[in-house]
Design a protein around this ligand. Sequence first.
Ligand code: MG
Length: 329
Amino acid sequence: MIIQYSPYTLRPRTVLNAAQGGVAKTRQGVLLKVTWPDGRIGYSDLHPWEELGDKNLSEQLQDLKAGRLSYQLEQSLWLANRDSHLRQAGKSIFDEGIKVINNYILTDYLSAPDGLVDEIKQQKFNTVKLKVGMNLDSEIEFIARLASANFQVRLDFNSVGSLKIFEKFYNKLTPLARASIEYVEDPFRYNYEQWMQASQMLPLAMDNEVHAVDWSQETEPLPFGTLVLKPAKCDVNTYLKWAQNFNLKIAVTSYMDHPVGVIHAVGVAMELQRDYPEVMLEAGCMTHALYQLDEYSAQIDCSGPYFKRVTGTGVGFDNLLAKAQWLNL
Ligand code: MG
């Protein structure tokens, strides 16, 4: 197996989450090109978020070279393998699975134009996801606006809060706003008792804190009802098993990564929607829109909350991947 990589930079339109410390920084990652001994070639993304506990890029590339695979590297290779089979068969990832609806993602609502909420409504989104924990009072105000416009709301604290902050936050929400909240993702660092208390206030979802859960010991009820599955770093079968054993729902999301990673996530979401519709909630894969347009994202076309088919085989972008510069590990 030959692995090559191609570095890229993504330029956020705005600050992406509370874990980023309030500054919109450019983001580095690499695309991977994997050639198997039988001649199959597949592509995937490797986009570490050190802020969320991933090893940095150069460490991960060294690990990849040495065959030490993190969760993230395992997923990158698994996704490249999926892509290679589709390419070999001349199929697009959009030929598999069924269309999934996505939530709208808003990171910069504090400077959002007045008409934004109406515009999202017109585009027929049901659900809006907000990254919170940066400015609670204005966030609470904005949630109230979304609730009065009849949106379902997903919130993500990226574990920067605490039970105390969460209580304060909850107490300031109007009953209408509370009722609009589908779930709160990673309200603060995982602690069974404290998450249990928080879950008495609002439904919780588990994303980045998943390895803090003792899955062999835990019994129902868990303090969260939803698992956020990022194909970029989560093993799909393990998540399905947890969902079935603990009666959880799954929301598939992209990893605020490269468009190649985004379409891989959409592909996994579409397949799970076909095979396990009873488990699946709306997806959250439209993170490419958080970055300035580049030649890859220019090939992604959405119609409201739905992705349109991307041209090409596998995850698409055939013309761009063919002309990218590939470096040896
Ligand atoms: Mg999250």
